[in-house]
Design a protein around this ligand. Structure first.
Ligand code: WT7
Length: 661
């Protein structure tokens, strides 16, 4: 057979240029014909009676006791779903499939950074989950006790999450890229009783000490009575008698039998910290029945998954909600085979993702626009080296996708046969909210699409009136949904204040600006609060500011997100030094970036530091970030007369004029 000739980079570039004006992309007919949802009947049924429709979707789960009420809104905004029902997440993820004779099915094709491979089946997971759950129980961990998880992308992370779920101990997973300080803070806030971590983590050929770094704070967090350490690299690490256990030894010694605890539908499944408008991260609390219903439905229908045929790969990290919902809970709930990759997209080489797609026959691939833009930069030769013909559907999440990146993904990865679902959602929403049903609805590059069945979204003005089609306003969700956060961990007041005080207690304030076009498609513009989205990772300007200010030489800092070609947004910090000197110089710049990496994590390092003698503030002393953004992005400045010291802007502007040259 003759190999088809591959288009050159110039050819691809030209074709993308020609297609930039194409507004809509219909589901390719080869896809539509076999899609689980091929028309609008499902959204229509849901619109007629959303509660009844959700109740039907909850039947996809295995309940120990059926719920007797779908939605209890008597204490809005503290909604309850599937009241009276009892179930267990780990039973639904594992036992159910094993009992049905699917124990030998691979749950994860795991691939390590150095090319190691492990196929972990549903039966493997269940055996280890039961044993680890027994270990936790023996250590006195009870339903309701929080267990921290700080692990890299290894199968044990799924085991750890599900072992917690099995005994009703909400987990608190911290992204592996966060610093020990950030882990400590999240353990303190959640009053964690235990921590599951690792000896060392690998990143691009290097090993980073994790256990020793965690040890540095463990004595200061007395609530943590048990530390389970997974031997990942096998490095020699200090262990504290009576508190620390090696994972392999502990599960080896533990009993094999551990029935899944029947838990209330509203039993907390996990807390996951995310950034808000203040320096203190918010502990998003998700519960069991509603969350699993929403996650299971969206996994299956947004990604059109058929468990006997598909291999799914969500390239996120389990430390983010995307990993919770679409690496662990959703795919396992649906009995899928997935890929889990430990490493970075450019290690050992820039074609590793496509190599893995080919090797494991990935059919549905889900990633972030920032990753697609990185691939574009690396060039078309990397995907062209591999056979990607098994792929049939692609997805994106985390930030708006620019049409050029959309087209690149469509052509180079999807071979123009795979629909692309742009999925909008948040840590708070638990699961995908706005997207296109790939077999039923056309895609518009740059728009996320429409609210999924059973959901209602709107673009409102400050007063809560819907703005006309095409105009920008504030995105709102107007009806409770099963996977919604129930509260902020131990902070009901802040929950109400943040999400349900802008308009009323039935209208959820998203924090994104958006437009809805005449076809009902939503175009997400970006955050309206002080949250920055760097490569799809959410950071709070206040959190970064407080990290910078903690440096002894810094008097004050103002942090903004500025537009960035690669990462969507990047962090720029305006820094005022102590004393006379206003210029910090290169060495201090490096030191500050390192300082932020240590306090929060590398992802929070400012890309740009701007030394300044002052920052613009309102008369009441609030930093005017809008003006700083205008300056950083070279925009015309609006009215500055309300500033406390209007002269500040002149100095800063002068500085930027100099820098741009
Ligand atoms: C914020 C939520 C949900 C997992 C990833 C991030 C932005 C998310 C999209 C999208 C435009 C998006 C929003 C949202 N966002 N998906 N498809 N198009 N913007 O979760 O860290 O909670 O961040 O990410 O601004 O509010 P998160």
């Amino acid at each position: 057979m003759e190999a088809t000739t591959k288009p050159s980079a110039e050819q691809v570039e030209r074709e993308i240029g020609e297609q930039l004006d194409q507004e809509t992309f219909d589901p390719p007919s080869g896809f539509r014909d076999k899609a689980l949802i091929g028309d609008e009947s499902e959204p229509e049924a849901a619109a007629r009676d959303p509660e009844a429709w959700w109740a039907k979707q909850a039947e996809a789960l295995d309940w120990f006791e059926e719920p007797d009420q779908v939605l209890d809104d008597s204490e809005a905004p503290f909604y309850k779903w599937f009241v009276g029902g009892k179930l267990n997440a780990s039973h639904n993820a594992l036992d159910r499939h094993v009992e049905a004779g699917r124990g030998d099915r691979v749950a994860f094709h795991w691939r390590g950074e150095e090319g190691e491979e492990r196929d972990v089946t549903y039966a493997d997971l269940l055996r280890d989950v039961k044993r680890l759950a027994n270990v936790l129980k023996e250590r006195g961990i009870q339903p309701g006790d929080v267990v921290g998880i700080f692990l890299p992308m290894i199968p044990e992370v799924a085991v750890a999450m599900l072992a917690c779920a099995r005994i009703g101990a909400p987990h608190n997973v911290v992204f592996g890229g966060f610093s020990p300080d950030a882990v400590k803070e999240r353990m303190e806030f959640s009053e964690a009783k235990g921590l599951i971590t690792v000896d060392c983590a690998r990143r691009k050929g290097k090993a980073a000490d994790i256990k020793p770094a965690v040890d540095a704070f463990l004595d200061d967090v007395p609530s943590i009575e048990t530390v389970v350490v997974v031997r990942n690299t096998g490095a020699d690490v200090p262990m504290k008698e009576g508190r620390d256990l090696f994972y392999d030894e502990a599960i080896e010694a533990a009993g094999e039998d551990c029935p899944a605890e029947p838990l209330d539908a509203e039993h907390p499944l996990y807390v996951l910290y995310t950034s808000g408008s203040t320096a203190k991260p918010k502990g998003i609390l998700h519960t069991t029945g509603g969350y699993l219903t929403g996650v299971a439905w969206t996994t299956k229908h947004v990604f059109d998954l058929k468990p006997d045929e598909d291999v799914f790969w969500c390239s996120a990290d389990v430390g983010w909600v995307t990993g919770h919902s679409y690496i662990v809970y959703g795919p396992l709930m649906c009995g899928m085979t997935s890929v889990m990759y430990e490493g970075a997209p450019d290690y050992p080489d820039k074609d590793i993702w496509w190599e893995l797609c080919e090797r494991y026959g990935v059919t549905v691939f889900y990633t972030a626009p920032t990753a697609i833009r990185a691939c574009m930069k690396w060039g078309i030769s990397h995907p062209q080296k591999h056979d990607l013909s098994k792929l049939r559907l692609l997805g994106t999440v985390g930030e708006p996708i620019n049409p050029k990146a959309w087209l690149w993904y469509w052509k180079l990865i999807g071979g123009e046969r795979c629909p692309i679902v742009d999925t909008w959602w948040q840590t708070e929403t638990g699961h995908i909210m706005i997207t296109t049903l790939p077999g039923a609805q056309y895609a518009k590059p740059g728009s996320a699409g429409k609210p999924l069945p059973g959901l209602e979204a709107a673009v409102l003005d400050e007063e809560g009136n819907e703005v006309p089609a095409g105009e920008q306003g504030l995105l709102a969700l107007r009806r409770p949904w099963p996977g919604m956060l129930r509260t902020l961990f131990k902070d009901d007041e802040r929950f109400k204040e943040t999400y349900f005080s802008k308009w009323d207690e039935t209208t959820y304030f998203v924090g994104d600006a958006a437009r809805k076009d005449k076809d009902g498609y939503f175009w997400i513009v970006g955050r309206v609060d002080d949250v920055v989205n760097v490569s799809g990772h959410r950071l709070s300007t206040a959190e970064v500011e407080s990290a910078i200010v903690a440096h002894p030489r810094v008097a004050e800092a103002a942090v903004i997100g500025q537009q960035d070609e690669d990462t969507g947004q990047s962090i720029a910090a305006f820094v005022i030094l102590e004393g006379e000197d206003s210029e910090g110089g290169e060495a201090l710049e490096k030191e500050l970036r390192e300082h932020v990496a240590q306090r929060i994590g590398k992802l929070a390092r400012p890309k740009r530091i701007i030394w300044t003698a002052d920052v613009p503030k309102t008369r009441s002393g609030k930093i005017m970030r809008r003006l700083l953004r205008d300056i950083a992005e070279g925009r015309e400045l609006g009215d500055v007369t309300t500033l406390r010291e209007p002269g500040v802007m002149k100095d800063l502007e002068g500085k930027f004029a100099g820098e741009e040259e």
